[in-house]
Design a protein around this ligand. Structure first.
Ligand SMILES: Nc1ncnc2c1ncn2[C@@H]1O[C@H](COP(=O)(O)OP(=O)(O)OP(=O)(O)O)[C@@H](O)[C@H]1O
Ligand SMILES: [Mg+2]
Length: 302
């Protein structure tokens, strides 16, 4: 039985359709990534899953329970990291965890026993008695992640869990999320970091304007959507450069001052670029960001 099911879900705000016939399943133990540009409908999708807003059509289930009808019941087994922190700024770090434990019906002593490991999880041991209002943005994010684990959830629903974290904290969180997956937890996350999705997710679903436009394992999507290496060239005149390099590439694309050359055979492009000391270039394997930009366009949306 899937941990999460969406079947033909539709949500309108006014006359705008923000989720438009979305279907996907997340199987137990899987890390599933919901990707999409700003305004694509990711947060709305998660809010429907949690029973915070109701869909206009379609069917949703969470931990085998129909949502929103039995959302409260299902959420006892779910940990949530919302896109924007809703910590209590007047409480200390420790108090925020204790209050949340009580909310899940844990006894005071049960919750107290959880606090130390959760603080260690988030590397906030030294901040236990600091008020949330005194924490940095990244520390608040780590506390929100720790708080999501208070009820030892089977399923974690995380809306941009690592936004605002520095590189060290992001790597820490990736390592922590992997250990949760190793313990059999199911994760549904949204992210704008394609490296994060590529590292953590077994499968991703890309949505645009509320519709699914691609779904699959990151590696398989990279292979099917790009299927070759990429040479990025940075220089003052990308249009002139494209005219020069296009005959040597499978496909080219310009974004700002960067020319992207998709190549099966890199040697001829290297041969040409080697003599151009005015240019910087990088030859790399294709990645999930290339897939995302190919599917959703290199122009900004929203
Ligand atoms: N409560 C609301 N009332 C009206 N419109 C809303 C509401 N919440 C979201 N929207 C609209 O729904 C669309 C999808 O928003 P949503 O927050 O789900 O996007 P998102 O994919 O999470 O974007 P981001 O990556 O910026 O977080 C947007 O056009 C947004 O303006
Ligand atoms: Mg969002």
């Amino acid at each position: 039985m899937p941990a999460i099911e969406f079947e033909q879900v539709i949500k309108h705000y006014g006359d705008k359709t923000v989720v438009n016939g979305l279907s996907f399943d997340v199987v137990p133990g899987e890390c599933f990534g919901l990707l999409g540009p700003n305004g694509a409908g990711k947060t709305t999708t998660l809010r429907m899953l949690l029973g915070i807003v109701s869909p206009d059509a379609g069917r949703i289930s969470l931990c085998g329970e129909p949502v929103p009808a039995r959302a409260r019941h299902a959420r006892a087994r779910v940990g949530v990291v919302p896109q924007f922190d809703n910590l209590d700024p007047d409480f200390t770090v420790r108090e925020n965890l204790l209050v949340f434990g009580r909310y899940f019906g844990l006894s005071a002593s049960e919750t107290r026993a959880l606090v130390a490991p959760l603080l260690e999880f988030a590397r906030l041991e030294s901040k236990a008695d600091a008020r949330v209002g005194e924490l940095s943005g990244g520390m608040r994010r780590r506390l929100t992640l720790a708080r999501a684990l208070v009820n030892d959830p089977d399923v974690l629903v995380m809306d941009e869990p690592t936004t605002g974290l520095d590189p060290q904290a992001r790597h820490l969180i990736w390592e922590r999320l992997r250990s949760l997956l190793a313990r059999g937890k199911t994760i549904l996350l949204t992210t704008h970091f394609m490296e994060e999705a590529e590292r953590l997710c077994n499968r991703v679903c890309v949505i645009e304007e509320g519709r699914k436009i691609a779904e699959g394992a990151p590696k398989a999507l990279i292979e099917s959507e790009i299927g070759c290496d990429v040479i990025e060239v940075y220089g003052p005149d990308p249009v002139a450069l494209r005219d020069e390099l296009a005959p040597l590439a499978k496909r080219t694309e310009i974004s700002g001052e960067t020319l992207f050359c998709y190549v099966d055979e890199a040697a001829p492009v290297h041969a040409l670029l080697r003599h151009r000391s005015d240019l910087r270039y990088l030859h790399r394997p294709a990645n999930l960001e290339d897939v995302f930009l190919r599917l959703t366009g290199r122009e900004m949306q929203d």
